[in-house]
Design a protein around this ligand. Structure first.
Ligand code: SF4
Length: 349
């Protein structure tokens, strides 16, 4: 952990060397959300990219707020039910850009920070070094002093980085996004599963459970007709029984929050279907909560972060890169000409 003097020096260094970050509400202002409301804020980085942060009331923490922060501009994981996943990855956020989301919420919006949740834009463990460093600063008693037990990192399945994270910060909480408990369906919903299998993720979950003695939190987005049947619930319960005792497993069910655009790819299951899914898990003695959609009307709920401007910017960059490649190809000598030139050089020797 950084000493107070180190932290002061680090922050001073960041302020001295970085252009200021601007923090604005969606309407251009940065006013605190009304009590009890969920609000999305935009942090405008020095390069003009916008990342989003959501503030919502922290359950049971009497007036404090949970901040759902971003770790990347966009995301390369491509989960099919997620707005951010449609953007692709622009870049990782720097340490100061991650810390700024919390620091500015605390100082500009005057919010009392109860929890910090890395569940905004990006896969936090795809930017693991910066996330670890940011958490060290956020939890430092000389800084914002957010207890590690109130900081949660959510991962879509970067199993190898789970080991890195908990080796560095054993007290931090990790939430695992499963969304399906069989390899085929999970690969269809979450492309990361083609690279890191459910079996590898299960090993990382068991390691976390053994090493940290904490509860394992599992996230499961319910998509109507896709992964929400009784059979899927039983499959999930069977999978979790291989991870550890039911009493140490906590399942958050998240009814799908629709993406933007005229034809969202999935639909939200009915309340009755969500309840039926939950009951199957409860029968398996698991602790289960159906997460209430907060901020869905403002595109601030789970899986809804991202913005059209960033998607356009990403397309512009892709097109510029392709145009550059085309120019390079056009300028290069044709292979036959190159071969003739080389043989002429060889003859001249
Ligand atoms: S759910 Fe998370 S990991 Fe998956 S695409 Fe969205 S931001 Fe990335």
């Amino acid at each position: 952990m950084l000493a107070a003097t180190d932290l002061g020096a680090a922050l001073h260094g960041l302020c001295a060397t970085r252009p200021p970050l601007r923090f604005a509400g969606k309407d251009g202002s940065a006013t605190p959300p009304p009590a009890g409301a969920t609000e999305k804020f935009v942090l405008v980085c020095a390069g003009g990219e916008e990342v989003e942060m959501v503030a919502m009331p922290a359950p049971g923490l009497d007036g404090a707020w949970s901040l759902c922060v971003s770790s990347q501009v966009g995301c390369r994981m491509g989960c099919t039910f997620c707005e951010t996943g449609r953007m692709g990855l622009l870049r990782n956020l720097r340490v100061d850009e991650i810390v700024a989301q919390v620091a500015m919420a605390a100082h500009e919006l005057k919010l009392r920070v109860g929890n910090v949740i890395f569940m905004g834009m990006g896969e936090p463990l795809d930017n693991v070094d910066n996330v670890i460093c940011a958490i060290r600063i956020l939890s430092d008693p000389a800084g914002l002093n957010v207890p590690l037990s109130h900081i949660t990192v959510s991962t879509s399945g970067e199993a190898q980085h789970v080991y890195t994270l908990i080796a560095a910060l054993p007290a931090v909480r990790v939430a695992f996004s499963l969304h399906a408990a069989n390899e085929a369906l999970r690969s269809q919903l979450m492309p990361i599963n083609r690279r890191v299998s459910l079996a590898e993720l299960a090993a990382a979950m068991r390691h976390y459970l053994e090493l940290t003695k904490q509860r394992v939190t599992v996230q499961y987005v319910l998509l109507a007709g896709v992964n929400d049947s009784v059979a899927h619930a039983r499959e999930l319960a069977a999978f979790l029984s291989t991870i550890g005792p039911a009493a140490r497993l906590h399942v958050n069910l998240i009814p799908y929050n629709p993406q933007s655009g005229p034809q969202p790819r999935y639909t939200t299951p009915s309340h009755a279907d969500c309840k039926r899914f939950k009951e199957e898990l409860v029968d398996a003695k698991l602790f289960v909560k159906i997460r209430e959609a907060k901020g869905a009307e403002k595109m601030a709920a789970c899986g809804q972060l991202g913005n059209i401007e960033l998607r356009r910017e990403l397309n512009r960059r892709r097109e510029a890169a392709l145009a550059y490649e085309d120019e390079k190809l056009a300028a290069a000598p044709a292979p036959v000409e190159t071969a003739v030139a080389l043989s002429c050089t060889a003859l001249a020797w």
